[in-house]
Design a binder for this molecule. Structure first.
Ligand SMILES: [Zn+2]
Length: 111
């Protein structure tokens, strides 16, 4: 099995897309999946940490195997994504503030 763990996006980049992703066990015969929340990870790791570095250390609750592959949850109209960091490219890096500036996708944010 050759997974390019270092080829994954960083925790920061992942948290700009949504506040969680779904992880699947890399064991084909297992099929176990669960939700991975980014907030607790940001408390433990630097945000520049590669997501792959974390994923390869995840242990499956079902088969006890190591390693998981992520599926980013992009969100939908019914259930919009709730990123932890501002998702707008080129803007100053800041925490997504749902109650204020980021309410409508950061459009009210002053430059
Ligand atoms: Zn498993």
């Amino acid at each position: 099995m050759a997974i390019d763990w270092d080829g994954y996006i960083s925790l920061h980049e992942a948290a700009r897309q949504n506040d969680h992703c779904v992880v699947h066990c890399i064991n084909d015969r297992c099929q176990h999946s669960s939700r991975l929340d980014f907030e607790p990870l940001l408390e433990r790791f630097d945000k520049s940490t590669s997501l792959g570095k974390i994923l390869k250390r995840l242990r499956c609750q079902a088969c006890k195997g190591l390693g998981a592959t992520p599926i980013m949850q992009a969100g939908s109209k019914q259930k919009p994504p709730t990123p932890l960091f501002c998702p707008i490219e080129g803007r100053q890096d800041h925490r997504c503030d749902k109650k204020k500036a980021c309410q409508t996708g950061c459009r009210f944010d002053t430059l």
